[in-house]
Structures are given as C-alpha cells and as structure tokens.
Design a protein around this ligand. Structure first.
Ligand SMILES: [Fe+2]
Length: 359
C-alpha cells in the first residue's frame, strides 16, 4: 500500500510575511466561539516579536515554556483544558515558535475536538474528530514540524506522535526574518535535524523518487547553509534553511526516518535532550549505518566549532541504557525502514544498548 500524503493546505513564504497573519486568520474568526489562541514560545515574552502578534481583545495569548524539555501530552492537555474552561472552543490556534511549539499547536488543535488526554491518541489514526483550524509560524528551522503529518509529544509511557490526516497545519507562514536571531548552537543542531532527515529518508526501504527528490533539494540547500565559503547565519542562508526544513520534512514524510531518530527518541525520553542535539549526539557515532554522511556531518561540526558533548555513557546507569534501548526498539517503523522487514533478525536490544554506549 502506498501512503496518502496530507500536505499543509496553504503556504506563505517570504521575508516579512508574518505581517500578513492577521489578514490570513480573519476569515476563520467566525468559527466556533469567536476567538483565536496564540501559542508563542516563552523565549519571545517581552521581545519585539511578541508585540507584533495580532492579538485582539477576545483572543488568548499563551507563552509556552519549551525551554528545558520536549513537548509533553500534559502540556497539551493543560492548554486545551484551561482554554476550554475559560472561553470554549477557539476559532483557530496559531503556533509561533520552534519545532516544539509547532508540535504542541498541532496536537492541541486536535484535542479541542477529541475527549480525554492526548496520551490516548499517540499513534496512527487514533484521533476520531477533525481538529480546529491551525496555523504554524516557525521561528527556528530544521525540524520539518511545520509540514510533517505528526505532532510528536512525550507522554507518560512513550514519545510518539499524534498522526492523522487532520494533524498537518491548515496554513504555514515561512518568514525567514523570524529565524535570524536563533542562537548558533540551536541553529546548528536544529539545522542538522533537516540534514539527518534527508540522509535517513534516502537510506532505507521506504525511499522512493518522490521523497528522494525533496531530500536531494533539501540537502543541496543544507550544504549551502552549513558548508563552504558562504555558509553561516546570513539572510540568504536563512531563506535557504527555511525551505530546506520544509523539503526535508516532506522527504521524511513520504519515506521514513531511521537509526538516528530511533536512538534520539530514547535519549529525549530518558534524559529530556532536545530533539536536534539528541540527533547530533547519536548521528556522530553512526558511521556503520550512514558512512560518508557521518563524515560530512563531522566536517560541519568542525567548521562551525560546535562542541558536541562526549563520553556521556560513562555516567549512565545500566537501567537508563536499557530504558533508552527499549524506547528505541519499539520504533518498529524506523528500524524496518533502515534495516529491512527482517530487522529483528539483524538487531537486538543488546545491539541498541551498545550503540548508546558509544555516546
Ligand atoms: Fe527530526
């Protein structure tokens, strides 16, 4: 069976396009209980961007704290419960921030119309009713969360996305001016998420012409941004990274991620590492699986003088390593893509534990 790709409905791309947000959401204001909810990364509280958010008196503005952990089902449930109790069902929800805010916005948009905790819906097609109108405005590029068909959240039992045809945004606004001030480390780690999406998407059994075309285009842009004489954080490269992130997201959506993402999910679940750095920590040791791409990655790490933490496994307990390995092992779809349908014959829980011990 071939996948049915549900794309984002509408895309605006261009420097300064964030100023069109008010006009874009206007036509939706008549829906449900006639107010909008803006979920904005707490990082922007008190900063100029917060003043530019087109909040009207009836609207709700929530600064979301995603500073030291990955988005949780509890966070999503609280946003839904509080807003619903105070004001009812919003006409729409606008997420402004990095990948974590994108994921929270996508998940919350579904939870306004589905009963119970979001942890009940972690998986494929478990959502029963279409969510509310939702808009994504990325302020960091690389996760592909602006276009991906899943809202990745960490619940009490697992880190797994809410994935259904209503998850993708109805509208995204890609304004590369918004990513110009991303701190260098975050810029690098999150950008590498895109690079790794494409490498993994193009290396495995689900790869196909569609996903590879997006992957190749995204990789070419990533190389402009992170390699060579014109690399670095420039306005032109911000444009490129924003498009690379989107294309990398489409590439992985129509193929699959692999070994690095499986290990990364374990790292985030047990130690709370943010997705971008967790990927980099794992990818750095995956030459057996991704060969030359790992060499290229190391070159980019060196070029940008990124200090990747080392010898982490020295301080991990056997119990923590086992827990991470179990989280990773359960990501059947990623291993299947990377190693084939018979992946369980090629890899055991102990192999995964050994991979973690390399870190
Ligand atoms: Fe990723």
């Amino acid at each position: 069976m071939h996948k049915i790709l549900k794309n984002v409905d509408k895309v605006v791309f261009g420097r300064g396009s964030f100023s069109q947000l008010d006009e874009i959401i206007e036509e939706k204001r008549a829906d449900h209980d006639h107010f909008m909810v803006f979920l904005v990364d707490k990082f922007f509280e008190g900063k100029p961007l917060a003043d530019k958010v087109p909040v009207r008196p009836e609207d709700v503005l929530i600064f979301v704290d995603v500073d030291d952990h990955e988005p949780t089902t509890q966070q999503v449930d609280e946003i839904r419960d509080n807003v619903k109790k105070e004001k009812g069902i919003p006409s729409g929800l606008i997420g402004i921030g990095g990948g974590s805010v994108m994921d929270i916005a996508k998940a919350a948009s579904l939870m306004f119309t589905n009963e119970g905790s979001s942890s009940l819906y972690q998986g494929l097609n478990l959502i029963k009713n279409p969510g509310i109108y939702h808009v994504g405005v990325p302020t960091i590029s690389g996760t592909g969360a602006e276009v991906s068909t899943t809202a990745v959240v960490t619940g009490p039992e697992k880190k797994l996305g809410l994935k259904c045809e209503w998850t993708p945004f109805n509208q995204i606004i890609l304004d590369s001016e918004l990513i110009s001030d991303v701190p260098k480390n975050q810029w690098f780690y999150t950008g590498m998420d895109t690079y790794i999406h494409c490498i993994e998407s193009e290396t495995g059994m689900y790869k196909n012409t569609f996903s590879t075309a997006y992957g190749d285009a995204s990789l070419a842009l990533c190389r402009d941004v992170f390699k060579g004489e014109n690399c670095g954080q420039t306005p032109e490269n911000d444009d490129k990274l924003m498009v690379a992130s989107m294309m990398g997201g489409l590439s992985l959506t129509y193929s699959e991620v692999g070994v690095c993402h499986a290990l990364s999910y374990g790292l985030s679940f047990v130690f709370g590492y943010r997705h971008g750095i967790a990927n980099c920590l794992a990818f750095n040791h995956l030459e057996d699986y991704y060969g030359e791409a790992v060499q290229e990655f190391k070159g980019m790490v060196a070029q940008h003088k990124i200090e990747l933490p080392k010898n982490l496994a020295d301080s991990w307990t056997e119990e923590q390593i086992t827990q991470m390995a179990e989280v990773a092992y359960n990501l059947d779809h990623m291993w299947k893509h990377a190693l084939g349908l018979d992946w369980k014959e090629k890899l055991t829980l102990d192999t995964i534990k050994d991979l973690y011990r390399r870190l």
